[in-house]
Design a protein around this ligand. Structure first.
Ligand SMILES: *Cc1c(COP(=O)(O)O)cnc(C)c1O
Length: 366
């Protein structure tokens, strides 16, 4: 077996090369690179894809979180509830604004924010909660929204890994007051560079976010407020317009690969991902748990299989949050999980024989 890559962006480009090349060439020929028709078209299409009133493109998924928090008037000293397991951006965006991320442990079934543990972390300073649909698996938005309503918290969904995931047929990114997306190249919907977006049904939040992302401008040289520069550009929007049309198909392929892995690994010693009955998981990552993770990773690498760990440290234990003085007993699920998680190769173009080979190797390791 040839080397099995963890993700293969080249395979995806090969499958849509003509569409992409012509979209990029059109942008170059028009020589409109900022705030042109591609960004506008993408915002409209993504709006109807999600079923939300407003979508605003921006420079990346981290900026999206930061700008939405700012548009929701979250600032220095405010507390924001964040899951202990996520990519750093979820907490980092809170910290950048001078607000404080308050970490809550994850649910052992879905690895997303555990709603049962939120209430005891809510203080008078708590203003918002950011559930993350980690790996593409929807967080329990119904329970989270109930708690948020009771305590008057703003809900901002971090959908960076979950484009197209849903709960009871309703897309993630439409449950909170606002939501954020990353189009980092390897995400389920990925640009060819950095890109991101924010979504909301709330016209005030959306209007403020749009101003912040474009120097506080409402029209050229009119700056009713101060903002910054965090725009989606025309080249990335043109790529996203092509790729959005393929997203559902790609997500279906990811889910089929995940089922195939889970079927083959059913009676093995590793734990396969679990999905709540009413949820659609879009498998940005296919993450198993193994008691001997490091040895398994090494063994698979010797078999020419690339794997990854998302993420080697839970957020409260990162050096940047050492000031919060957390220990593993504060987040027992996230801490144990960090030692066991292993992300297997996952991308739409993966082939059945590759999944069979990877699964066989995992069983041989035991
Ligand atoms: C990728 C990611 C982000 C940040 O996106 P960038 O576009 O890389 O800034 C935020 N949150 C999560 C959970 C992510 O996976």
């Amino acid at each position: 077996m040839n080397k099995i890559k963890f993700v293969d962006l080249q395979a995806q480009y090969n499958s849509i090369r003509r569409e992409i090349d012509s979209a990029v060439e059109n942008v170059l020929n028009s020589s409109v690179f900022i705030n042109g028709k591609n960004v506008n078209e993408f915002e409209m299409s993504f709006r109807s894809y999600l079923g939300v009133n407003h979508v605003i493109g921006c420079a990346n998924g981290t900026d999206a979180i930061e700008i939405i928090l700012q548009a929701c008037h979250i600032g220095p000293g405010d507390e924001v509830i964040v899951p202990a397991a996520s990519w750093i951006s979820t907490a980092e965006a809170v910290s950048t604004l001078g607000a404080i991320p308050v970490f809550v442990d994850i649910d052992p079934l879905t690895y997303t924010l555990n709603p049962e543990l939120i209430e005891k972390k809510i203080s008078k300073k708590a203003k918002a909660v950011i559930p993350v649909h980690l790996y593409g698996n929807p967080a329990d938005m119904v329970s989270i929204n109930l708690i948020a309503q009771k305590h008057n918290l703003i809900v901002i969904e971090d959908c960076a890994q979950a484009h197209g995931a849903s709960i009871n047929g309703k897309k993630v990114g439409t449950f909170g007051q606002a939501s954020t997306f990353s189009f980092y190249p390897s995400k389920n919907l990925g640009a060819y560079g950095d890109a991101g977006a924010m979504a909301s049904d709330n016209a005030d939040i959306a209007g403020t976010a749009r101003k912040i992302a474009n120097h506080g401008q409402t029209e050229k040289n009119k700056h009713p407020m101060l903002g910054r520069n965090s725009r989606l550009d025309e080249l990335q929007a043109a790529v996203l317009n092509v790729k959005l049309k393929h997203l559902d198909n790609w997500n279906t392929q990811r889910a089929a690969h995940a089922n195939h892995y889970s079927e083959l690994l059913k009676n093995s010693s590793v734990v396969v991902p679990q999905v709540r009955g009413n949820s659609k998981h879009v498998f940005h990552l296919y993450v198993i748990l193994s008691e001997k993770r490091d040895e398994l990773k090494k063994f698979l690498s010797e078999k020419n299989i690339e794997t990854a760990v998302h993420y080697p440290s839970a957020l409260p234990f990162l050096d940047g949050y050492a000031n919060q003085k957390h220990s593993e007993k504060d987040f027992p699920v996230a801490a144990a999980f960090t030692r066991k998680i292993l992300s297997l190769p996952m991308y739409p173009e993966l082939k059945a024989d590759m999944i069979e080979y990877v699964s066989d190797c995992i069983k041989k390791f035991e």
